[in-house]
Design a protein around this ligand. Sequence first.
Ligand code: NAD
Length: 262
Amino acid sequence: MSGLRFEDKIVLVTGGSSGLGAEASRQFIDEGARIFVMDLAEKGILGRLGEEKATFFQGNVGKPEDCETAIRTCIDKYGRLDILFHNAAQPTPMTTVPFHDLAKFQEIINTNLCSLFYLARIAIPQMQKQGKGVIVVTASTSALGGEYGMASYAASKAGLLNLMRTMAIDHARDNVRINAICPGYMPTPMTEGLGDLINVVQESIPQGRGGDPKEVARAALFLASEDASYMTGHALVVDGGWSAHSGAPNLLKYVPQQVSRQ
Ligand SMILES: NC(=O)c1ccc[n+]([C@@H]2O[C@H](COP(=O)([O-])OP(=O)(O)OC[C@H]3O[C@@H](n4cnc5c(N)ncnc54)[C@H](O)[C@@H]3O)[C@@H](O)[C@H]2O)c1
């Protein structure tokens, strides 16, 4: 026994070519796993990870046939699927519903929400056959409440959480655990478009900074590991305290600070 949490585990990571998915892929490999990355984008990451530890499948999680082929290819290659980390998503246009392009709305719901259904309907029967399996989904703090100008993304991520919870209770007795992480803001290619607005976002986070994808990946790996063996149907928030505050303005900025009595 090496003591590595994922020794010889087979992990399928969607959106593993970039950002959080790439970081999680690295951490899974460091902890002994072999990974199967499904992504729309080129396999650049795999060169750095090592071909013997990682396989790339170019596919669209918004297409049921691609999801089925990816999972079947993974099982054909490795014989099993221990962990599905469904993390791929596309960002939202910043707009309100009357101005939101209809096709774009449907595309985002399909990519970010329906994709979990497309993947899980193939992955869960395999996990039932194996007698065990784990699914971890990347939702967002956008799933926890309304988000100004982010109708499609916030709806897709909120739907993802309740699909996750429902599958978790439906399959708890199959020994299939299903949980989600809810990251707050992280600097990744997805958030590059924010430009200078990043300062506004960071200012609103109690810890005063965005999350490092390494910190967020560690939470995903925790849920995927045996350390979380009694957790299912849980949404684990990783957001520097962002969702802990009520939305009220920070009046502390405007009142004289108390001097410590110490
Ligand atoms: N960055 C943030 O601030 C933030 C905050 C909360 C949640 N998230 C979530 O974290 C996850 C990872 O995002 P990230 O920040 O690492 O972004 P990213 O853009 O760096 O990575 C997303 C990856 O998903 C892939 N992808 C997109 N659409 C796809 C599709 N249809 N099929 C297959 N692959 C597809 C992209 O090619 C890319 O490799 C996403 O679910 C995102 O919604 C991100």
